[in-house]
Design a protein around this ligand. Structure first.
Ligand code: PLP
Length: 273
């Protein structure tokens, strides 16, 4: 990387026209954290802030061509995987990533939207378990995703152990969906619970929080932070984007990925010159 240039993070994700989740969320997050996002589109969704209307997966060959074009042109410092949409794309992405074993990989194993709409043509648990999670530096399932990916496990600790036994180096299980007064996020690595990060539970209903968190983790890793520090930074950043969430449509709040500023033009009030 040339001194002074931002680290490039290659994203595999679906598009979301609200800008709340998916590629727009990843790009905003990564730009906000001083990275250059390189977005490979895996699927196109039609949705608003109340739910998914429809989606279509991009042809696997075109997903591969997008990724190869970037990888042959730019020094990629981290990968971030979000919506993949079908088994063929999981398999294609896994085969690309296999060629770059030294690049950190963050996997957000998303198959459902936060409103429980499908974001995949078929269940992807087996493909994720066998093809992508073994190569992940960090997986960021929420507690529901962790249980789905580790169906034999009876506790979240056991889910994390199972995911690590597949080869996943670190597992961050987020606690938003758990019935606890505060949100407790658990980071596992080296076969044990490393740290719990507890946050005030915010009252809103948010769209794109998981994408924001996983991208922020990838951005922090791309900057060279150690995984534990990367996760700590990413969780604090994400919580702040939610605390400053914006209700731009009629449904869920969207995280404000540039809550910290964004410059005088971007943040000028309508009556200001
Ligand atoms: N990717 C896309 C394209 C989506 O539409 C969604 C949710 O609707 C997600 C990922 C996951 O969103 P979240 O960050 O809320 O888990």
């Amino acid at each position: 990387m040339t001194a002074g240039t931002p680290p490039v993070v290659l994203i595999f994700a679906g598009s979301d026209p609200t800008g709340g989740a998916g590629i727009a969320a990843d790009c905003l997050t990564l730009a906000s954290l001083g990275c250059h996002p390189a977005p490979v589109v895996t699927a196109v969704t039609a949705q608003d802030t109340t739910g998914i209307k429809q989606f279509a997966c991009v042809e696997t060959e075109l997903v591969i061509a997008q990724a190869r074009a970037v990888l042959e042109d730019m020094p990629v410092a981290a990968f971030k995987i979000g919506m993949l949409g079908n088994t063929a794309t999981v398999s294609a992405v896994a085969s690309i990533i296999e060629d770059y074993p030294d690049i950190p990989l963050v996997v957000d194993p998303v198959q459902l939207s936060d409103r429980d709409d499908a974001l995949a043509e078929e269940p992807l648990d087996d493909a994720l378990r066998t093809l992508l999670l073994p190569r992940a530096t960090l997986a960021t399932p929420n507690s529901r995703e962790a249980r789905a990916l580790a169906p034999g496990a009876d506790t979240l600790d056991a889910c994390a152990q199972e995911l690590m036994s597949l080869g996943c180096e670190y597992v961050l299980i987020t606690g938003t969906h758990e019935p606890t007064p505060q949100v407790v996020n658990r980071l596992y690595g080296h076969r044990r619970l490393l740290e719990t990060f507890t946050f005030e539970r915010l009252p809103g209903d948010y769209h794109g929080s998981g994408c924001t968190l996983a991208s922020a983790c990838a951005g922090a890793l791309a900057h060279g932070l150690e995984p534990i520090e990367a996760v700590r930074e990413a969780l604090h950043y994400t919580w702040n984007t939610l605390k400053h969430g914006l209700r731009l449509g009629m449904g869920q709040y969207l995280p404000d990925r540039i809550y910290w500023g964004g410059g005088p033009v971007a943040r000028r009030k309508p009556d200001e010159k």
